[in-house]
Design a protein around this ligand. Structure first.
Ligand SMILES: Cc1ncc(COP(=O)(O)O)c(C=O)c1O
Length: 517
């Protein structure tokens, strides 16, 4: 809708349409009739999880000084970006995400009556919006500035770099494609980058532009003072110190692409972290996927799928096969599944757990031996477990080990629901070289931990107590041996084995004479 409805406000160009946000997860869950925790977002082109560097400790200093301005700006962040991209700090312009820099470029180059060109459409809608806000029209006839998206959103294609100048190249997905126009900044090119995608900081709103020194100075003159918050700058600096590895995302994109082809679809070749898939009825397919918990982006003749990881993408593939009424290229996921997030001031733990899994286990809370122990428990429990997180390891492993065990217990409790049909009891004996562990589990709903470890690396007992408490299970463990690592590891394996038995679905009833657990 064009402006001019409020007295004194400048009119917007005819046909101007403001940016439209995708619905919230809560809204999607309401539409799908699901719990919000069961909605998986394949529609935002963001990373499925924050990087390990995004943890409470990374912002602790900024939070302690949040009452004051970052006097002097962000020289460390400018330096770190400049070093990463092989330029000087004077070539860098900070902004609140790539969007802020697109808007900045538009208001720097465009005014009422000007024309802006957009290199290839359909593309990211903000170039058109930014030009409209500046009062300009979209036209390739002698444009004052040209916008190009490389790789392009939504196609994922890495098109030719346009010859037009001045040229703003939006490289929001640069890390996945590895090709940049940054070498052309002395030749009228401005490159826009973001921390929202590969660096997994979309909520922090940090991005930057790379430009020739005078152009960068002019953009900085026109930029809002301190468009980036101190908290966001701290997160960006922490992320730059341990940059993401995009190779797994690229490999998963190719696997997903092959599976989509096996489904008889023709996904477009992509250089980004998403694929565009032409389909006959995108709205109907999008709705069917949403009912299965998968939110994709819908276009007039296609759906766009953000790459997550194998387990999530398989969920989507199975749902897509059902929506298309074709055989699924992947195994149907088991029934007792849950996603769980435990976030405290000390730690952040994200869990995806399937009780009917195939021992596909990945535990990465940055906690060495204790991550390993949880992996053993889940593997021998026959669970599928993805546990990722980060904690205040500066204080030692205690908080992270405890919270990982609590989070796993909470996830188990949620995945068990009303515990109908389970065997309830399980036991196991596990030898490991010099060590021997016995474990018995009661999933009856009453938390209890009787645990004797002859030797202990420090936190094993505490983890069992935390797991039993949060998972509402009775746990008896007795482990002996000469090596503390072996004693604890055998104990975790034995608990996993016992759990496997107790989790088995045996009947339709509640396994208690009381009739409830
Ligand atoms: C091509 C493109 N540019 C910019 C952005 C915005 O990124 P930011 O979160 O940095 O504002 C997006 C977001 O999806 C995008 O796809």
């Amino acid at each position: 809708m064009s402006g001019g409805r409020v007295a004194g406000m400048r009119r917007l160009p005819q046909g101007f349409r403001a940016y439209g946000w995708a619905p919230s997860t809560e809204e999607l869950a309401r539409r799908a009739g699901l719990d919000p925790s069961q909605i998986v977002r394949f529609d935002g082109n963001t990373s499925p999880l924050p990087l390990p560097s995004s943890r409470p400790g990374a912002i602790a200093r900024a939070l302690a000084e949040v009452n004051t301005y970052p006097h002097g700006g962000y020289p460390r962040l400018l330096r770190a970006i400049a070093d990463k991209d092989g330029v000087e700090p004077g070539n860098v312009v900070l902004g609140a995400g790539g969007d802020d820099l697109i808007l900045l470029c538009a208001r720097a180059f465009l005014g009422p009556g000007d024309r802006a060109a957009i290199a290839s459409e359909p593309t990211y809608p903000l170039y058109r919006i930014a030009a409209g806000l500046a009062g300009a029209e979209i036209s390739s006839d002698r444009p004052a500035v040209t916008f190009a998206c490389r790789p392009n959103n939504p196609s994922g294609a890495l098109g030719e770099l346009p010859a037009a100048r001045p040229l703003v190249v939006d490289e929001a997905y640069f890390e996945y494609a590895g090709e940049t126009a940054a070498g052309r900044i002395e030749d009228g090119v401005i490159v826009i980058r973001t921390f929202s995608k590969a660096y997994a900081l979309a909520g922090a709103r940090v991005g930057y532009a790379l430009a020739e020194t005078d152009a960068a100075a002019e953009l900085n003159r026109r930029q809002a003072p301190l468009a980036v918050s101190t908290l966001s700058a701290a997160l960006a600096l922490a992320a730059l110190a341990s940059p993401p590895d995009v190779v797994p995302v690229i490999e998963e994109r190719e696997r997903l692409t092959r599976a989509l082809r096996a489904l008889g679809l023709e996904p477009l070749p992509s250089r980004a972290n998403f694929v565009l898939v032409p389909v006959a009825e995108p709205e109907a397919i999008g709705e069917a996927l949403l009912r299965a918990g998968a939110a994709v982006r819908i276009f007039p003749d296609a759906i766009r799928i953000s790459i997550r990881d194998e387990a999530d993408d398989d969920l989507l593939l199975a749902a897509l096969a059902r929506a298309l009424d074709r055989p699924s290229p992947v195994a149907e996921p088991g029934g007792r599944r849950v996603r769980h997030l435990r976030a405290t001031a000390e730690t952040r733990i994200a869990i995806r757990l399937s009780l009917d899994g195939a021992s596909r286990v990945h535990v990465a809370a940055g906690n060495g031996i204790y991550d390993h122990f949880l992996e053993q428990l889940a593997f021998h429990g026959g669970l599928d477990l993805m546990l990722e997180g980060a904690g205040d390891l500066e204080t030692g492993p205690h908080h992270t080990a405890e919270d990982a065990a609590l989070a796993l217990g909470e996830a188990l409790d949620r995945a068990l629901g009303d515990r109908r049909g389970i065997a309830r009891y399980g036991d196991a004996v596990v030898p490991m070289d010099d060590a021997l562990a016995r474990a018995s589990v009661d999933l009856g709903g009453r938390p209890w931990c009787e645990c004797r470890l002859e030797r202990e690396p420090g936190l094993a007992l505490h983890m069992f107590q935390s797991f039993a408490q949060a998972g509402r299970l009775g746990l008896h463990v007795d482990a002996t041996g000469r090596d503390e690592h072996h004693v604890a590891e055998a104990a975790f394996k034995a608990v996993g084995r016992a759990l496997r038995v107790a989790l088995r679905l045996e009947s339709a009833g509640i396994p208690s004479t009381k009739g409830l657990l």
